[in-house]
Design a protein around this ligand. Structure first.
Ligand code: AMP
Ligand code: ZN
Ligand code: FE
Ligand code: FE
Length: 286
C-alpha cells in the first residue's frame, strides 16, 4: 500500500538540507497526504511550508517540533504536534533553547581546533543559515575541510554524545518537554525510542506526565524492532507514530519521505487527540 503519512521531517530551519518549499514539493511529488514538519527547537519553517503547500491542495501539513531533552547518560527527543505554536510563551522557550545551541556549537568548534581539526566558526554559522544551529552543520563544515567523506562519519568519534568534541547545552527534562507541548495544546510523542535503555520505565513515567504517542514506524528500525515497539506502545496506551526523520543529508542509504510510515488511521487519531487537547486547554484558560 502506498505510504501517505510522514510525521518526522526536517528543513533548513534546523539541520535539514531542503528549504520548507523544497521539502513540500518533494513530499507532494512522492504522493504523501499528511506530513509534519518537526524542526529542532523551532517552528519557523511552517509559514513557508504552508505557503508552498497552497499549490498542493491534497497535502495537509501538521505543525510540529522536535525538542531535545536530557536523561542521565542519554538524550530523549520529544516530538510535539498541533501546538498553538504562535503562543508567545511557547515561542519564548524555543528561543532560549536555540540560543543555547549557539554557545554549545562554539564550544564544539573550539574543541575540534584543539583536536587538530579546525573549522571556521563563520563557515559553520553560514551553513546553519537561518536555521537552529546543530551538530550536523559542524559535521558539514568538517566534510568541506576534507576531514570526512560524509557528515555521519564525523559523529562516530567526534560529535556523538560520547565523542571527543561533544559539548553539552542546557536542555529540558523529558517531562518538562511533554508539559511544554501539552500546555500549548499539542500532542507529545517520543522520537526514535529504540536506542534508550530502560524504555519501559521511561514510557511509563512519560505517559503519566501526559505523553500520548511514540515512534514505531521509524526509518532505521527493522521489522522485529518495530514489532517490539508496537507492543510497548499498546501496553502504555501510546499512539504508534513515525516517519522518515528526513534531513536530505545525502548519506548513502538515506531513507526518503514516502519510503515507509504510519497508516493514515494514525494521522486521524493524532488529529483527534490534538482536538481533545485543544478543547481541554481552552477550558483551562476559561
Ligand atoms: P543537535 O540537535 O545539535 O544535538 O544534533 C542532533 C542531530 O544530529 C540529530 O537530529 C541528527 O540529525 C544528527 N545526529 C545525531 N547523532 C548522530 C549520529 N550518531 N550520526 C549522524 N547524525 C547524528
Ligand atoms: Zn536533526
Ligand atoms: Fe531526533
Ligand atoms: Fe529528527
Amino acid at each position: 500500500m502506498a505510504i501517505e503519512v510522514d510525521l518526522h521531517l526536517h528543513t533548513t530551519q534546523s539541520d535539514g538540507r531542503l528549504t520548507p518549499t523544497e521539502l513540500v514539493r518533494l513530499v507532494a511529488q512522492k504522493g504523501l497526504k499528511v506530513v509534519a514538519i518537526t524542526d529542532h527547537d523551532t517552528t519557523d519553517g511552517l509559514a513557508e511550508a504552508y505557503q508552498a503547500a497552497q499549490a498542493f491542495p491534497q497535502l495537509t501539513i501538521i505543525p510540529g517540533v522536535e525538542l531535545s531533552t536530557d536523561i542521565p547518560g542519554n538524550e530523549v527527543h520529544m516530538l510535539g504536534y498541533y501546538m498553538d505554536y504562535q503562543d508567545p510563551h511557547f515561542q519564548a522557550i524555543l528561543e532560549t533553547f536555540r540560543e543555547g545551541r549557539v554557545g554549545r556549537a562554539r564550544e564544539m568548534v573550539r574543541k575540534l581546533a584543539d583536536l587538530g581539526m579546525p573549522v571556521e566558526w563563520e563557515r559553520v554559522v553560514q551553513i546553519a543559515g537561518q536555521g537552529a544551529i546543530g551538530r550536523p552543520h559542524i559535521a558539514q563544515a568538517l566534510v568541506e575541510k576534507g576531514y570526512f567523506q560524509y557528515p555521519q562519519q564525523a559523529f562516530e568519534q567526534y560529535l556523538g554524545r560520547n565523542g571527543l568534541a561533544y559539548a553539552e547545552r542546557e536542555k529540558m527534562t523529558p517531562p518538562e518537554a511533554v508539559r511544554l507541548i501539552r500546555d500549548a495544546g499539542g500532542v507529545a510523542v517520543i522520537a526514535h525510542p529504540a536506542m534508550l535503555d530502560g524504555l519501559d520505565a521511561i514510557l511509563h513515567d512519560l505517559s503519566q506526565a501526559g505523553m500520548q504517542g511514540m515512534e514505531v514506524h521509524y526509518a532505521e528500525y527493522d521489522e522485529p524492532a518495530r514489532a517490539r515497539l508496537a507492543d510497548a506502545a499498546r501496553r502504555y496506551g501510546l499512539l504508534p507514530c513515525g516517519g522518515s526523520d528526513y534531513h536530505a543529508f545525502g548519506t548513502p542509504g538515506e531513507r526518503l519521505p514516502g519510503d515507509f510510515g504510519p497508516p493514515m488511521e494514525i494521522a486521524q487519531r493524532l488529529r483527534a487527540l490534538a482536538q481533545a487537547n485543544a478543547r481541554a486547554r481552552a477550558a483551562r484558560r476559561g
